[in-house]
Design a protein around this ligand. Structure first.
Ligand SMILES: C[S@@+](CC[C@H](N)C(=O)[O-])C[C@H]1O[C@@H](n2cnc3c(N)ncnc32)[C@H](O)[C@@H]1O
Length: 227
């Protein structure tokens, strides 16, 4: 187990192999299970992207459920580790003639193959709790975004206490199989922002249903956010 909470609680270790195996299993049923409950989160992410405009990288695009929500004026590049998930995204792009989606490719979010400052924004709906190393992923997102651009994250953030926290603790034991970490605490994102002088939090807001999900918009205010 990796201790990534800072609060002393353990978060499950997930590897790229776990992610690939989990999402090969999820791919055929993903849209049936996850379309509705996560729709408000995807809509909030898309609104933020559409306000930003320009060229945006969708990190962990999966089956591409968010792709039709982006304005046709925004040029989208999508990457994901799971080819079975991407195949469904490619079909969606073809079926819906989403001509603003310029590229969909297999790529590790922790090692983005793009130059610094390549995009106006990077968005990751429901991804940051699934990647093996969330901090490295956020650093990569920040690296490829131009100064003045935004990193937009939507995710479930683990509850601090109460029955939901108890359920999340039990589910966390199945994180490798599930392909995400139900206990993911806000501090991983919050501490990352505080430790990178080139970044500022511009919005943190709970989303429906029942405040289960959170959107965080982070602005890259200077060239190298880690400097
Ligand atoms: C819960 S899905 C979210 C998909 C989509 N954004 C949505 O809103 O439905 C998480 C996605 O993150 C991808 N992922 C996890 N780790 C990754 C990594 N290291 N690099 C790229 N994609 C990754 C998974 O393959 C999966 O498609």
């Amino acid at each position: 187990m990796n201790d990534q909470r800072g609060s002393g609680q353990n978060l499950a270790a997930i590897t790229n192999e776990n992610v690939e195996a989990a999402y090969a299993r999820w791919a055929p049923i993903y849209d049936k299970v996850f379309t509705l409950v996560m729709k408000p989160g995807r809509q909030a992410a898309a609104q933020a992207v559409n306000r930003l405009g320009g060229r945006v990288l969708d990190v962990g695009v999966g089956t591409g459920l968010e792709l039709p929500m982006f304005s046709p004026a925004v040029k989208i590049t999508g990457v994901d580790l799971s080819n079975p998930m991407l195949q469904i995204a490619r079909k969606r792009v073809a079926d819906l003639k989403l001509t603003n989606v310029e590229d969909l490719r297999v790529m590790d979010a922790m090692n983005l193959e793009y130059a610094d400052d390549s995009f106006d924004g990077a968005v990751a709906p429901f991804v940051i709790t699934t990647v093996p190393d969330p901090v490295r992923t956020m650093d990569e997102m920040a690296r490829v975004v131009r100064p003045g651009g935004e990193i937009i994250i939507v995710n479930h953030i683990g509850a601090d206490s109460g029955p939901i926290a108890m359920i999340e603790r039990l589910m966390e034991k199945r994180a490798e199989k599930l392909g995400w970490r139900p206990q993911f605490p806000w501090e991983i994102i919050g501490d990352w922002i505080k430790s990178r002088p080139g970044l500022e939090l511009v919005e943190r807001r709970r989303l429906n249903p029942f405040g289960l999900f959170t959107i965080a918009r982070i602005r890259k205010v200077q060239g190298d956010p880690t400097a």
